[in-house]
Design a protein around this ligand. Sequence first.
Ligand SMILES: Cc1ncc(C[n+]2csc(CCOP(=O)(O)OP(=O)(O)O)c2C)c(N)n1
Ligand SMILES: [Mg+2]
Length: 824
Amino acid sequence: MTDLSDISVSGLWRVLTQDLDPVETKEWLDAFDTVVGNEGPERATFVLRKLLDHARMMRVPMPPVLNTPYANTVSLADQPQFPGNAEIESRLSALVRWNALAMVVRANRARPELGGHIATYASSADLFEVGYNHFFRAGQNGDAIYFQPHSAPGVYARAYLEGRLTEENLDHYRRETGGKGLSSYCHPWLMPEFWQFPTGSMGLGSITAIYQARFMRYLEDRGILETKGRKVWCFVGDGEMDEPESIAGLAMAAREGLDNLIFVVNCNLQRLDGPVRGNGSIVQELEGLFAGAGWNVIKVMWGSDWDPLFARDRDNVILKRLHETVDGEFQKYAATDGRFNREAFFSKYPELQQLVAHMSDEDIDRLKRGGHDPVKIYAAYHAAVNHRGRPTVILAQTKKGYGMGTAQGKMAAHQAKKLEDDTLLAFRDRFALPLSDSDVHDLRFYKPAADSPEMKYLHARRQALGGYVPARAPKSPVLQVPALDSFARLLEGTGDREQSTTMVFVNMLSQLLRDKSLGKHVVPIVADEARTFGMQSLFRQVAIYSPHGQLYEPEDKDELLYYKETKDGQILEEGITEAGAISSWIAAATSYSAHGVPMLPFYIFYSCFGFQRIGDLVWSAGDARARGFLLGATAGRTTLSGEGLQHEDGSSHLLFSAVPNCVAYDPAYGYELTVIIRDGMRRMLENQEDVFYYVTVMNENYTHPAMPQGAEEGILKGMYRLRDGRGTRGEGRGKKQTPQVQLLGAGTILREVLAAADLLESDWNVSADVWSVTSFTELRRDGIGVGLPAVRTTVSVENAPRNLLESRPGTQSLCQPQRSNSNF
Ligand SMILES: Cc1ncc(C[n+]2csc(CCOP(=O)(O)OP(=O)(O)O)c2C)c(N)n1
Ligand SMILES: [Mg+2]
């Protein structure tokens, strides 16, 4: 007997499809049918359960119960009527396909270095079109759609048909100059009124989408915003699912019952270099993964033209053959023609050969994968939006480079961007495009007349769904921020009392949470470190958010500051997932745009586990125009030495300083911190600047002076004179000129600098001015800005004239937190 425990999931599936005793199998199945037929499905479930328990007792290895056959999950019988006009939709999707392809190929004909992708969109076009025509609801009360990044050309091509982008825009694909260009990928910084969510870096779309869905629940549960019925759609690639971030939030999504979340994985079985799982099955693997995490899984494997084949296949020989086939072979079938497919796939068994005997090679060639059949896609989406209690993943099988002639299914399909005329002509014929040979040769964009049935249909569908997508709302309602003197207690110093800046922050946060108008917008976020930062008082004050409330009596219930979870709790206690915590923060920090409700998130973490751990998500926050505070706690080299090097952060400020719209401060005193946070709130909530803050806080205790008169401006600019050396020199000390030095200190080192100044004065008679540097980053930016008036005002890139910045090499990085295209 085969030892099943040693076999991989896909291997096991194949072994299990080899039937050694079909007669006996049939008897068992007949018996089971009788139970279902006579006693109903409930009884059948009970019997199955009993059998499984019994098998476990007898140590019989279990089959991979999380997998279903390599077939559509929604059966033909359960398939809803397709409500659209299939013919018009097919013509529209052909036009979008063409314009996307023309845009990329045109750009590369003119400038081969531009790059771009078509094969991804060619595989996902139908997945999007069904969404556009029937599901995606627009607006701040609509759905949040995370587009698969490399399908951006198709999203532009559709917006062109919709009249939202012009031919000139398409002609500036990947050339974002002069305000007419289109960014390579989904990028709210570069196209602030178009893209909502940045997804260009693989895996970040998935995790931020999951936490977006969770944040929408949070807004609803806290009574801040009605989000019921809204969905988060996240389109990802099958290769992309290998990213740790892609799967990092799956269990949370199921645990919290996020049925407002729908993942669509475009399973074209390929990534950039080759097959995703050449020797296995990515669909089956993902099914097991998602099902194991508790998701509702819907597979869309085969198009409607397979239905009659499956219906006639009494012996399940198609499934048997499918289960023998690894993805590397499926890719080959995609890259070859019907004749090859007949010989290599269908001719393996006589029964199978028989099933397709009536079909020509062309018919076989045209057999669709499920992700290319709007009827099947509609059925899956319909099931997904109506599913309750769990998130849904749709695994849609497609072909990479679908319809792109010689590029379809090819190993190098991902990078195909220069197509020859004969391939283009074949594409035209394949999708019945109304283009002449010379139109094709010239790669002419095509838009039907405004009064054509296609255009009327397209606009009518979008009107019915509330408008156009994607569209981003850059402005939000203004929230008034308390005046600085309302924090007087934090500005007047601590006298003899020693305190850490972390505690000052917690006091300020606590005051903000109590603020009548601003309080409910505050979102404190921690990744299992609240106690470390002395924040446990907030557990009781505003409680921890839990969609299930608190189903147990907490061990510390008798204490004043007990661990309190409630359905309307305000703290997001994420557990040990920095990636999850910052994804929550991003959702809150972009809520002003995604939901029209500005929120004020504070995510506090060990500074060593900030950028170093989740740097790419920080960039993503910048790209998304996030507004909020990140707090790097226990910062600097001098605190918590006993914890070892892991907590000795000497680089987080350097790392954050590279993100152009991140304003970073390293304050030493409570009043500095207070001024900085107050001003940050003013800039983000009142002025609506697209900046976010990184502020370090420490846990070293010392006394804090009161704010010196007039220090505020310097604190914000990055430095101010804390001690005037001349003032420290004693009276009548002689007229002799003594040396005068300037000492600068930031954050943790400032108090050592003050001590050094004392030493210089007492031991060496050298007087020293001491400057508290609250931000070397801001000073550096100020310095760089000298001679470039437009960016002189720190990082307020928003107001800088783009053409000026863009025309100067070397200053671009200041205004464009964009990744280099060539990396993607
Ligand atoms: C973090 C990151 N690593 C690498 C890339 C480069 N990259 C862009 S697309 C791609 C392949 C994507 O494959 P898949 O997710 O299967 O999408 P498909 O194009 O096949 O639909 C890669 C490696 C990237 N964009 N982001
Ligand atoms: Mg892929």
